[in-house]
Design a protein around this ligand. Structure first.
Ligand SMILES: N[C@@H](CCC(=O)N[C@@H](CS)C(=O)NCC(=O)O)C(=O)O
Length: 197
């Protein structure tokens, strides 16, 4: 939804909560959300792939980068953020939060160790953001979107305190103030989660 707002794309949304698991599996074989169904009948899962597909169709600068160099920078920082911040945040939630009890065997110590592994990337991000306004350069891209969500998850679940680095705090405040982020803040407030910066 943040990506759609950033790119000014409107899609029809469907509440799938009422479908049986079997019916939903016909659209999304792993029974996960989100799934994009195109007018041509193609169904696409995986959030990042859905964003990339829509990005290619929308007019205006790509959030995945323009030209080989920017695309490489966006891809590199996005991937680092996905593996190094987002995944630990998701796993921390799965393995420590009551709402996931019974849906998987929880290993909180493993989750805490996984989060500790994010520290080198957090230091690298601070170094990078001391030199550039955003992760891939001087404009907001998909790399910032993923990294922001990763920090939001880690801070939101209280896996980590808000980062101390001044460059990262400046960036968190700037990205967090984007209009596309308003629904995320509303959700965090509704869940009683701590502020990001
Ligand atoms: N790698 C997938 C992850 C999709 C995913 O795990 N979605 C969660 C919600 S965030 C889900 O649908 N879980 C199924 C469930 O909770 O039953 C993506 O990026 O779209």
């Amino acid at each position: 939804m943040i990506f759609l707002a950033e790119r000014g794309i409107a899609v029809e949304t469907v509440d799938v909560g009422g479908l049986s698991a079997e019916d939903y599996a016909r659209v999304s074989p792993l029974k996960s959300v989100p799934v994009l169904e195109t007018d041509g009948g193609l169904t696409i899962t995986e959030s990042l792939t859905i964003c990339e597909y829509l990005d290619a169709l929308a007019p205006g600068p790509s959030l995945f980068g323009e030209g080989a160099e920017e695309r490489a920078l966006v891809g590199m920082w996005e991937r680092r953020a996905e593996l190094g911040l987002m995944n630990p945040a998701i796993e921390y939630g799965h393995h420590t939060q009551k709402m996931f009890e019974g849906r998987l065997v929880q290993f909180p110590d493993w989750a805490r160790a996984h989060v500790a592994g994010a520290q080198p990337l957090i230091s690298l991000i601070e170094q990078r953001l001391s030199d550039t306004r955003f992760l891939a350069g001087e404009r907001f891209t998909m790399a910032d979107l993923t990294a922001f969500l990763g920090f939001a998850g880690l801070i939101g679940w209280r896996a980590l305190p808000p980062p101390e680095g001044p460059a990262t705090r400046r960036w968190l405040a700037e990205v967090g103030a984007r209009p596309s982020m308003t629904p995320l803040h509303a959700l965090a407030a509704q869940m009683g989660l701590p502020a990001l910066a």
